[in-house]
Design a protein. Structure first.
Ligand code: NAP
Length: 337
């Protein structure tokens, strides 16, 4: 019998790749979206009779997922990706922290109460839940699958960056607590990606302004040669690998694992070096900076060790050059109106 997978937040950058991967492997997919029009849009995008949608307007409303799951007793796998990822909140607690945490609690409670046939759950968490912001610039510190962001709820409320990190941390913690306290029928694995780059699942999803992580690379296209090198630093992973990891996370016989999805570190200089070497149409249009200096900049950051994750995944991760070139090529090739 064909397995049916529920994917919350199916419109998202990562979720579209997950749904695409699921459909390619002939799973049935029920995606949750915030409106009928968004659902219809996805139906035409995925163009598959194996994709259907349910409207969940706001994941943080009590009982948000109850009706959707009652209607789909065939669902046996639940992937929870829906969560706000932006740095535009005017009230960090209300717009980032609470939706992330309550959305996760609502999803898990709905599965326990109305979908006892669900055995496997995957929660899309983040490297933000693994890493404490203040330790990122300590080269003697190491983050791995067992480390946690130690920032408190109160500290997380103070700005958008800490708020997003806190939202992912407290949402993931809520899921661990749910399993411990409620002892549900299902097991959970977590996918914890660094900044996710790579092309949109469909060219037609390219907008003037993209999802938060894709916009980091898109921003490089708006530079001019005399500008300073953008100060962005972080870990990266390609969206196609993140999608594959969500499938591994429920297909393999594993539980209570955090898949720390990180292919390496990058900084603004690294991105410019790749653009200046590989993207011919941008040469002379973006800063040059100090080619090769990225190694020194990245060396001042903490280490990220994810050998356990790589062993579970069993496939190599896409490198920075490929993810950057593929992302930018898709944007540059988009027909202009
Ligand atoms: P995205 O494109 O902004 O997708 C977010 C998804 O969540 C969208 O489907 C959005 O719906 C939905 N959503 C947000 N708030 C909601 C609410 N209150 N009620 C219902 N739906 C809501 O971002 P993404 O990069 O794909 O992120 C997906 C997941 O991966 C998130 O959990 C994020 O924290 C995590 N993650 C992302 C990265 C990254 O670098 N991209 C790294 C680590 C973890 P609409 O489309 O209708 O707004």
């Amino acid at each position: 019998m064909t397995t049916t997978v529920f994917v919350s937040g199916a419109t998202g950058f990562i979720a579209q790749h997950i749904v695409k991967s699921l459909l390619l492997k002939s799973y049935n997919v029920v995606g949750s979206v915030r409106s009928v029009s968004k659902g219809e849009h996805l139906k035409s995008l995925f163009n598959s009779s194996q994709f259907t949608f349910e409207v969940v307007e706001d994941v943080q409303k009590a009982g948000a997922f109850d009706d959707a799951l009652k209607k789909h007793p065939e669902v046996t796998v639940f992937l929870h990706t829906a969560s706000p990822f932006h740095y535009n909140a005017t009230n960090v607690e209300e717009e980032l922290l609470k939706p992330a945490v309550n959305g996760t609690k609502n999803a898990l409670a709905a599965i326990k109460n109305f979908a006892p046939q669900v055995k496997r759950v995957v929660v899309t968490s983040s490297y933000a839940a693994v890493s404490t912001a203040s330790k990122e610039t300590d080269p003697n510190h190491t983050n791995n699958e067992d480390t946690w962001n130690e920032t408190t709820w109160e500290e997380s409320k103070t700005n958008n960056r800490l708020g997003y990190r806190g939202s992912k941390t407290f949402a993931e913690k809520a899921a661990w607590d749910f399993v411990k306290d409620e002892k549900p029928n299902f097991t959970i694995n977590y996918v914890n990606p660094s900044f996710v780059f790579g092309p949109q699942a469909y060219d037609s999803e390219l907008k003037e302004s993209l999802n938060t992580s894709s916009e980091i690379l898109n921003g490089f296209l708006k530079l001019t040669p005399e500008l300073p090198v953008p100060e962005v630093v972080g870990g990266y992973v390609d969206v196609r690998d993140v999608a594959k990891a969500h499938l591994v996370a429920f297909e393999k016989d594993i539980a209570n694992e955090r898949l720390l999805m990180n292919a390496g570190r990058f900084c603004g200089q690294d991105i410019l070096d790749i653009i200046n070497k590989d993207v011919k149409s941008l040469q002379g249009k973006v800063p040059v900076g100090e080619p090769g200096k990225g190694k020194e900049i990245n060396g001042k950051m903490c280490k990220i060790v994810n050998d356990k994750t790589k062993a579970i995944l069993g496939f190599p991760l896409i490198d920075l050059e490929t993810t950057v070139v593929d992302s930018l090529t898709q944007i540059l090739n988009k027909p202009r109106l």
